[in-house]
Design a protein around this ligand. Structure first.
Ligand code: 1GP
Length: 247
């Protein structure tokens, strides 16, 4: 419960958590570590490590190890499959893509990965994972029946199912690099029904203004990924986002 409590305590204290997603496949482990260092300098609360393609195995291990040398915030795995488990992380978002049509993303990868989570002593943080339009790479790979942008009630139905199945967190995303994030209306509807359960929102959030709209609508945690790969000054960019949502 250590990392989950850490995140929940920040929500209690600051209102919103900022998570930086680093994809090990997008750069070398050393470069990932530099990005992580800069993001923590900018005030990010924790790091999510994972990606849809080619982000596992020794590349994942090396990335986590290099990042660990640079930062003290929690390192949370965000696995695309059972291959996304590393013994060097602090915790894992143990998630099920509830709106997938492919059982391997709902329970099979979870079953294949669970013995490793146990063996490595990783903290599992149970999470309902939902992908909404446009869905991006994760929507395609995860064979998600994408939640239509203008149908908050469908997102709510899945989120409630996750909550009733005992998942503590719900992560809804529009896909990495989406043109626009999840609508404030959908975020608001989800938070209303989730109550004390935490809501995480990501995909297509690029600036402080947009992050603030998501947070004000009800997101407890904001995830940004692409911007740290693109920003000339990662620390300044993360600072912009963090100050907007914790303002
Ligand atoms: C991926 O939603 C996150 O799960 C990150 O999205 O890359 O658009 O920030 P971005």
């Amino acid at each position: 419960m250590r990392v989950e409590k850490y995140l929940n305590d920040i929500i209690e204290r600051d209102g919103t958590v900022h998570l930086t997603l680093i994809d090990p496949a997008s750069q070398s482990p050393d470069e990932s570590a530099s990005i992580a260092f800069a993001a923590v300098e900018g005030g990010t609360d924790a790091l999510m490590i994972g990606g849809s393609t080619g982000a596992g195995g020794s590349l994942l291990d090396q990335t986590v190890l290099k990042i660990k040398e640079q930062v003290e915030v929690p390192i949370i795995l965000f696995p695309a499959s059972a291959d996304g488990v590393s013994s060097y992380a602090d915790a894992i978002f143990f998630m099920s893509l509830l709106n997938s049509r492919d059982i391997s993303y709902i329970t099979t990868n979870q079953a294949m990965g669970a013995p490793l989570v146990y063996k490595y002593g990783l903290e599992p943080i149970s999470m309902a994972y939902l992908v909404a339009e446009p869905g991006g790479t994760v929507g395609w790979i995860g064979d998600a029946k994408l939640i239509p942008r203008n149908k908050p009630e469908l997102a709510v139905a899945y989120a409630l199912a996750g909550k009733y199945l005992g998942m503590h967190y719900t992560y809804i995303e529009a896909g990495s690099g989406a043109n626009e994030p999840i609508s404030p209306k959908m975020i608001g509807a989800l938070k209303q029904f989730l109550g004390e359960n935490k809501l995480i929102v990501g995909g297509g959030i690029r600036d402080g203004r947009t992050a603030k709209i998501c947070a004000n609508a009800g997101a407890d945690m904001i995830v940004t990924g692409t911007i740290v790969e693109e920003a000339a000054n990662v620390t300044a960019k993360i600072r912009e986002l963090v100050s907007a949502i914790k303002g």
